[in-house]
Design a protein around this ligand. Structure first.
Ligand code: 13P
Length: 281
């Protein structure tokens, strides 16, 4: 099993009609929790870290940890750079051994998005790595801090990006958002349907935290093959620290184990919803 190109997981998901969870990690507890959940449920897994988080989890340190966890796992695991914004960062992730990278040029005009995505496609091909790109604007930045305009993906631009770059997966903006939703998310399934009809390719849903089980399932039926979850795990681990702090004990290792446990619970819950349980064999 172990470290695999993300494309392999997406193609298997395509054949089996399920979604693969891409879980953001920031430290060892989150990595341990995610891998434990995937192994227990015999599910494929994507471990990812976003460029914007690297000031907290430096790539040269978190990358070897993610890769080692993948190599030692008894299920297939892809290691992915989420929201790559600069070619330098993407090059570094590829050189470190990531099996997948995202180029997020969704804030640029489509011509520019195509040009940059093509460049990343060429870089990734030298490593046999998978490439994810994005069309439309999800509205809230990956760290939930910067709120911009939400622009739904234009399915014709999704088609154009696919055809002109040969990218493996495309993330859509269909009313999803990173971080916590201020109100109940209302997804635009028409955009998903049209994008899928025009491309027939694996599509990606960002902003997983806060999406209902029913909407996750509907998205997966509509061709979403990679589902990103970050905030839910970060909150679970923070909650673990709070619960520990409320106790009258001092034992770092118990706290660390509790953090890994709550990360595990969150990942496990999502793997079950995405339908990838038992698909590792
Ligand atoms: P959430 O933080 O909303 O789960 O979104 C994760 C994500 O899409 C990472 O790119």
């Amino acid at each position: 099993m172990a470290l695999v190109p993300m494309k392999d997981l997406l193609l298997d998901a395509e054949r089996g009609d399920y979604g693969v969870g891409a879980f953001s990690v920031a430290n060892m507890e989150m990595i341990l929790g995610a891998v434990r959940a995937a192994e227990e449920l015999r599910s494929p897994l994507i471990l990812q870290v976003a460029q914007i988080r690297l000031p907290y989890s430096p790539l040269p340190i978190i990358a070897p940890m993610m890769l080692a966890a993948a190599k030692n796992a008894s299920v297939p695991v892809a290691v992915h750079l989420d929201h790559g914004k600069t070619l330098d960062c993407i090059a570094e992730a590829l050189e470190l051994g990531f099996t997948s990278v995202m180029i997020d040029a969704s804030d640029r005009p489509i011509e520019e998005n195509v040009r940059l995505t093509k460049q990343v496609r060429e870089m990734a091909d030298r490593y046999g790595a998978t490439v994810e790109a994005e069309v439309g604007q999800i509205g809230v930045s990956e760290d939930g801090k910067k709120e911009g305009e939400r622009i739904y993906s234009d399915p014709f631009e999704v088609k154009r990006l696919k055809e002109e770059t040969g990218v493996d997966a495309i993330a859509l903006s269909i009313g999803n958002a990173h971080g916590l939703y201020k109100e109940e998310p209302r997804l635009n399934f028409e955009v998903l349907k049209k994008s899928r009809e025009l491309t027939g390719m694996p599509l990606v849903l960002h902003g997983g935290t806060g999406i209902s089980d029913a909407d996750f399932k509907k998205c997966i039926q509509g061709g979403i093959r990679k589902v990103n979850v970050a905030t839910g795990t970060f909150m679970a681990v923070e909650q673990a620290a709070r619960e520990y702090a409320a106790e009258d004990r001092r034992d770092y290792f118990r706290m660390s184990a509790h953090m890994a446990e709550l990360a595990y619970e969150n990942v496990k819950k999502h793997i079950r919803i995405f339908g990838s349980e038992g698909k590792a064999e």
